[in-house]
Design a protein around this ligand. Structure first.
Ligand SMILES: [Co+2]
Length: 463
């Protein structure tokens, strides 16, 4: 999910900090990263296919602990009788049978796979020199233990994201309709996270923006668009547990001609992730991202393009039930000097383009969200009033799309929805596009700046 900051001349929407060179344009946010260092890659390989723990300790702690506990109990039972080492070995072999496997398509809740309900940690990164003391500081470690439940919630959301996207990456093929694609992802998410009101569910509409469209496209009901071999599709979806949202995205292509475009954006996002930390200025992250992104070229149909960051899209902080917190993470230089702080969650997302590197609103809107801290607004239309009640009850402040209204049985709501947007109670997020004929790519991860270390929550062995 990208955060959109509209220029003053477009609308009186909340404006997010726009880098000086982009002040004539709308700004949206995009995140996504992965570290590219050899060491990190090694860690990734060590991690289990369903998870991305960064160190062996974390992995052991997080994975299969339940099974082991159960086995230990059984072993203990055997021990109190007349146990032998042979018996113990048998028990260990039985372990494999007990491990619950995911189905294809994914239907098994991750709470059934991690029976002890302790979910794998993401990629752990020590802070830089000035903050390296945090790693071993007892006070910071204690603080972190206190926050365990919060981290465990968001790690559960991460695990759902990894499992759903891995299935999606293997199974989305040219010829599928966009509706089929998003339903595959949304059904998987609802099943694996055991969607239940505000306790757990989809974090925001599933983006599947194509080609020159960079963000905020998901099909509305009746959309007949079919994905083609030559398309560049940004799959951007969200999962939440108790309002803790994982916002992570990748780019899907079938034609290898786009490989360098994707490599540029993946590297740029990983650079943003690497730079992120407590006391780091947002503008410094943007500058580092731009430098890496622009070091790539891509050749498409005989024409060479330097990959441009889309300068009016940004990463963003994430608060509980609030996908766009107060801070924007630019992807070009010249951004604001606000610093990242301990405890904050960030979606680091970058977008690269073969076009202008600037997006504007276009096409039919699908994405909406109730304004987070809206004052009471008198509404004349009874239909608008009742629709607002439905939105409050079903989505609260989480973004939704028209399909989500359709599936809960709402009908003929377009006028009422427009009324709510005009009244300033609901924000509309139209698709954001670069120039026609251009191609855009995105990678995004969610991280948390824990007291002792940075944790890249949505890291997987795919990206
Ligand atoms: Co985002």
């Amino acid at each position: 999910m990208t955060m959109e900051t509209l220029a003053a001349d477009l609308k009186d929407k909340t404006t997010i900090s726009v880098p000086s060179e982009a002040q004539d344009a709308p700004v949206a946010e995009a995140i996504g990263t992965s570290t590219s260092s050899a060491a990190k890659k090694k860690n990734k390989k060590k991690a289990a296919s369903t998870a991305a723990p960064a160190d062996a300790e974390a992995k052991e702690e997080a994975e299969g602990d339940d099974d082991e506990d159960e086995d230990d109990e059984e072993e203990d039972g055997a021990n109190t009788a007349d146990n032998t080492t042979v018996k113990k070995k048998k028990k260990k072999n039985n372990k494999k049978k007990k491990k619950v496997a995911q189905t294809e398509p994914p239907t098994i809740p991750v709470s059934k796979i991690f029976g002890n309900k302790i979910y794998p940690e993401g990629e752990l990164c020590d802070y830089n020199e000035e903050n390296l003391w945090r790693t071993t500081n007892e006070e910071k470690r204690a603080l972190e233990r206190q926050n365990f439940d919060q981290y465990n919630d968001v790690r559960r959301a991460s695990e759902v994201h990894r499992q759903v996207r891995q299935y999606a990456r293997r199974n989305i093929k040219p010829g599928m309709s966009m509706i089929e694609i998003v339903e595959m992802i949304e059904n998987g998410t609802r099943n694996l996270v055991e969607a239940n009101g505000f306790e757990s569910g989809i974090g925001f509409p599933t983006g599947c923006s194509l080609n020159h469209c960079a963000a905020h496209y998901t099909p509305n009901t009746g959309d007949k668009t079919v994905i083609q071999y030559g398309d560049v599709c940004k799959i951007d979806f969200g999962v939440h547990v108790n309002g803790r949202i994982i916002d992570s995205a990748f780019t899907l292509t079938f034609d290898p001609v786009y490989d360098n475009l994707l490599a540029a954006v993946k590297d740029a996002t990983n650079t943003g992730i690497k730079e992120a930390g407590i006391d780091v200025r947002l503008c410094d992250i943007g500058a580092a991202i731009q430098e890496v992104m622009e070091s790539y070229e891509v050749e498409i149909e005989g024409k060479t393009y330097q990959v441009k960051p889309i300068r009016n899209l940004n990463g963003h902080s994430i608060d509980p039930y609030k996908i766009h917190g107060g801070k924007s993470v630019p992807i070009v230089k010249g951004g604001d000097q606000t610093k990242m702080e301990e405890g904050e969650y960030f979606a680091i997302e970058t977008f690269g383009s073969t076009g202008r590197g600037l997006v504007h609103e276009d096409m039919e809107t699908s994405h909406y969200a109730r304004v987070y801290d809206v004052q009471h607004v008198p509404l004349r239309l009874p239909r608008a009033k009742s629709l607002l009640q439905t939105i409050n009850k079903e989505f609260g402040t989480l973004p939704f799309c028209r399909r989500y209204l359709d599936r809960i049985g709402e009908q003929k709501y377009v006028l009422a929805l427009r009324n709510l947007v005009d009244a300033g109670v609901v924000d509309a997020y139209p698709p954001l596009v670069d120039i026609k004929g251009s191609f855009t790519a995105q990678y995004e991860h969610t991280l948390v700046l824990k007291p002792t270390r940075k944790e890249v929550l949505s890291r997987g062995d795919d990206y």
